[in-house]
Design a protein around this ligand. Structure first.
Ligand code: PLP
Length: 354
């Protein structure tokens, strides 16, 4: 099978797959509670929170929708939009029957604190949704700048999607006052798709308790009730939890700071490659993702042809997301990649370009 270098799902290691395939256990058994409770301290450390970390058997969208259903009552939700995933959150909020307001910036641009402040100034908001690292455009917004503005609006909850930035850069949930921090399994964490991880602040949990129409599957109150006994509301993907335990071993053996540094180094290698080929970045300086690079195709490369050749060399290449297809292409450096494996992939790109 060709190795994935697309920005999700990303390549899954043999070790993670071996953990994924461990024998099944009952989800109300002592063995399960030991597994679930056992990974909590490390999950909290990674989330940089005192709150429990919930595991949802769904892709990230389950929790993204769930956050809207739990935190937005009669008030409005402000959806910060700067790419495919963040734009979609407006649509999802509306489908949940919420009054959703768009804070739209051009694809390729970040969400800025000033624009957020101006939008929230209208009043009447229950929550803000933000995608920290917009995977479709390779833009990383400044989470500290956003969090600082949110402090001026203490009644509004901040929901942050870190699907492609979690464990790539520090995102101190409690320190920044993030109310819901969520991520998925198949991108930055390099696990198979199908699991979402999230934590909710006290403020978020108090709000959820008062909001009607939370449903069942993504009800934060249900998650908290079951968490108290090291369980999930319904039968979880136990295989994913085994894989997560194995991944946490990897992360803490490497060290979180070393992991961040490795991603920065991987990312710098890609940036050097982009500059060396006279290519442009789709994202502006200062707001470029550390987990992937969205390359602007200013050289008129036949991206589809390039991807075909790259595949013959054993790699799957991204060809740009949605309306950016062919105009951009993205290079992921998420998960377990190292400077050596990044160079291997870039060499395959070079050979295919020649
Ligand atoms: C991939 C992605 C999602 C959606 O994840 P699913 O696993 O498909 O639900 C959401 N947000 C970001 C930033 C992503 O990159």
């Amino acid at each position: 099978m060709p190795k994935l270098f697309i920005p999700g799902p990303v390549h899954v290691s043999e070790k993670t797959f071996r953990a994924f395939c461990k024998p099944m256990i009952g989800h109300r058994s002592g063995d399960f509670k030991k597994l679930y409770g056992g990974i909590q301290p490390r999950l909290k450390e990674l989330f940089q929170t005192e709150q429990p970390v919930f595991l949802s058997t769904s892709s990230a969208w389950g929790v993204m929708e769930g956050a809207v259903r739990n935190l937005v009552g009669a008030g409005k939700v402000l959806n910060c939009m700067c790419g495919a995933f963040s734009d979609k959150w407006l649509d999802v909020s509306k489908r949940c029957g919420k009054e959703a307001v768009a804070l739209q910036v051009e694809w390729g641009q970040p969400i800025r604190g000033e624009a957020l402040r101006a939008a929230l100034g209208a009043g009447g908001f229950d929550a803000v949704t933000l995608i920290h690292n917009e995977t479709s455009t390779g833009v990383m917004s400044d989470i500290r700048e956003i969090a600082a503005v949110m402090r001026e609006f203490p009644d509004v909850c901040l929901v942050v999607d870190t699907v492609s930035s979690f464990s790539v850069v520090p995102i101190p949930m409690d320190e920044l006052g993030i109310d819901v921090l969520l991520t998925g399994s198949q991108k930055a964490l390099a696990m198979p798709p199908g699991l979402a991880l999230f934590a909710a602040s006290r403020k978020a949990m108090d709000r959820a308790a008062k909001v009607a129409g939370r449903g069942y599957y993504f009800d934060f109150v249900e998650f908290a009730k079951n968490q108290a006994e090291d369980m999930t509301p319904s039968t979880p993907s136990i295989s994913h939890i085994y894989a997560l335990e194995s991944k946490l071993d990897d992360i803490f053996t490497e060290g979180v700071a070393t992991r961040h540094a490795r991603h920065a180094e991987n990312n710098a290698i890609v940036h050097e490659w982009v500059r060396g080929h006279g290519l442009d970045f789709f994202a502006p300086e200062g707001f470029r993702s550390k987990s992937l690079t969205c390359v602007a195709n200013n050289k008129g490369i036949d991206v589809a042809e390039l991807a075909k050749r790259v595949k013959e060399r054993g790699f799957v290449m991204d060809q740009g997301y949605g309306k950016l297809k062919g105009k951009t292409f993205r290079i992921s450096n998420m998960g377990d990649e190292t400077p050596a494996t990044m160079r291997e992939y870039l060499a395959a790109l070079d050979a295919s370009l020649a």
